[in-house]
Write a protein that binds this ligand. Structure first.
Ligand code: DGY
Length: 322
């Protein structure tokens, strides 16, 4: 029996390759960086499975390059890089990697919150350029989190995991959902305040975004909504870059309307708006939310298990919502 062919668009852990090997013939792209679009088209021909990353645009034309394609397994929880309607129309299953990256991403979000409010990266840059003149009572003061409000936009798995950690820092939680959901409460039953986005923006000291990228969430932070933010608030984004209009954010930071921002994702990765690069009170991380050995291995492994299940004629483990 001929094993089905699967294209994998980036190097993945050996343990995951070993899991796949008995079930399929693997065509692994070994280049550095994302597979070029033309190569994706060419190598997908004849494939029944595709394991891809958020840096691969999988649209109708790509799918048409592989009429036998049965599954697109994204190694990411977000799947805005895939045209799911086109996949559905062609009978192709799309899967993502929920759950396995929730805790790592929530931990990282808190890393960013602490970094920007306590000016860690800014201080580190200062030390490295030799500008530190020693301890002073009023030097590089940040902001206490205790007693402040964390505004969580999006209460999916990651938003809830971020909210669940707020008590450890003495913060109360307010949330806003893009779809109906809730009510939500903390790990000890403490109620969270449900708010519309506008109320959340005007009342929160730190606003953190955990929404998928959809037409509805694109530029949730824009020239208009940025003015609704509480003066001196902080913005944190570990979801998808286009949720924030970088131009508007840079403008608000430059005008001193916000105290700072911490971003892990960008509108045109890996490019970053030049004004953000110039601003000191901005922490810029290179899309590291889920970047631990354990989590990235678990993500690749879940994608592989989806491929194996579907190519064996079974149900996908984690199909994207219809
Ligand atoms: C995801 O899985 O969508 C993340 O952005 C990758 O870290």
């Amino acid at each position: 029996m001929t094993l089905p062919s699967v294209l994998i668009t980036r190097r993945i852990p050996d343990s995951v390759l070993q899991r796949l090997e008995p079930h399929c013939r693997i065509d692994l792209y070994r280049g550095d960086g994302a597979i070029p679009a033309a190569e994706l088209h060419a190598r997908l021909s004849g494939k029944r499975g595709l394991m891809c990353l958020l840096t691969d645009r999988v649209d109708a034309a790509v799918m048409d390059a592989a009429p036998e394609l049965r599954i697109v397994a994204n190694i990411a929880v977000g799947y805005d890089n895939i045209d799911c309607a086109a996949a559905r129309a062609r009978g192709i299953v799309v899967t993502n990697t929920p759950d396995v990256l929730t805790e790592a991403t929530a931990d990282f979000t808190w890393g960013l919150i602490l970094d920007v409010t306590r000016r860690v990266s800014e201080g580190e840059r200062l030390v490295r350029r030799g500008a530190w003149r020693g301890w002073a009572l009023d030097f590089m003061l940040g902001t206490d989190l205790r007693g402040k409000q964390l505004g969580v936009v999006g209460m999916g798995r990651i938003g809830r995991a971020v909210a669940a950690r707020a008590g450890a820092f003495g913060m109360r939680v307010a949330y806003s959902t893009v779809d109906a959901g809730g009510p939500f409460a903390g790990p000890h039953g403490e109620p969270y305040a449900a708010m519309c986005l506008d109320e959340l923006l005007t009342s929160s000291d730190v606003v953190t975004f955990h929404v998928p990228l959809t037409p509805q969430t694109r530029h949730l932070v824009n020239r208009r909504s940025v003015l609704r933010l509480k003066r001196g608030a902080y913005i944190v984004n570990t979801s998808r870059g286009p949720v924030i209009d970088e131009e508007a954010l840079a403008w608000a930071l430059g005008e001193g309307l916000l105290a700072g921002a911490a971003l892990d994702v960008y509108e045109r990765e890996p490019a970053i708006h030049p004004d953000l690069l110039r601003l000191e009170r901005v922490v810029l991380a290179p899309h590291l939310g889920s970047a631990t050995v354990e989590t990235r291995t678990a993500m690749a492994d879940l994608a592989a298990r989806n491929v194996i299940a579907v190519l064996a004629g079974g149900a996908p483990l984690t199909p994207v919502p219809a």
